[in-house]
Design a binder for this molecule. Structure first.
Ligand code: ITT
Length: 198
């Protein structure tokens, strides 16, 4: 059986990516299993950061590694927090605080119309192979923000994001339902089409 290491320390991502990889009969390891620390995410884009993470883990383990760099972009805030989505939640990973910060920044500059609350999630997946090959794929899901947060499913900013054509936040949806429409799924569809020709 072929092995792959997930280059992430985020349990929400581990769970979603493990589900997406299920049908490929791979032996899946987490970076935690190999006690690998997190590299500095010095990239300027989601793709650059995903590559930093997958290369780092692939070099350390000599195994193929899949990384995910993702985040929430709010156009009225010049697409912030974007690649800083995790950093806005601080060391304590407090996404209630990060969501409040987004709301506050928006209220400081605009009224909270649905148009002004438009937002999207972006996900870059990077697969690094020990022979040096790197493959990167991106997916986005558009929608709007809703305050106060709703729903306890999911992770990160799920409870403030309502995808287009839906009334529920990702935080109110089941894991399975979010997986059908998410930015991560969209990037993953491109990856599997290219690599596994499915
Ligand atoms: P790794 O770098 O170890 O993968 P991280 O949490 O630091 O973990 P990122 O640097 O990619 O990951 O930060 C992206 C943040 O954006 C992440 O912490 C989430 O809170 C948020 N995010 C990304 N995808 C999300 C999703 O599907 N639902 C909710 N929040 C999401």
């Amino acid at each position: 059986m072929r092995s792959i290491v997930l280059a992430t320390h985020n349990p929400g991502k581990v769970s979603e990516i493990t589900d997406l990889l299920k049908k490929f009969n791979l032996k899946i390891y987490s970076a935690k299993y190999f006690k690998i620390t997190e590299p500095i995410e010095s990239g300027k884009t989601f793709a650059e950061n995903a590559i930093i993470k997958s290369l780092y883990v692939s070099k350390k383990t000599n195994l193929p590694s899949l990384a995910d760099d993702s985040g929430l972009c709010v156009p009225i805030l010049n697409n912030q927090p974007g690649i800083f989505s995790a950093r806005w939640a601080g060391k304590e990973k407090n996404f209630q605080k990060a969501s409040n910060l987004i709301e506050q920044k928006m209220r400081n500059i605009c009224s909270m119309t649905k148009k002004n609350r438009e937002a999207f999630f972006c996900c870059a997946l990077s697969l690094s192979i020990p022979n040096g090959d790197i493959y990167t794929f991106e997916g986005k899901v558009h929608g709007h923000l809703q305050f106060p947060p709703k729903g306890n499913n999911g992770f990160g900013y799920d409870s403030i994001f309502v995808p287009l054509k839906f009334k529920k936040t990702f935080g109110e949806m089941t894991h399975k339902y979010k997986e059908r429409i998410s930015h991560r799924k969209k990037a993953f569809i491109k990856l599997e089409k290219y690599l596994f020709k499915v």
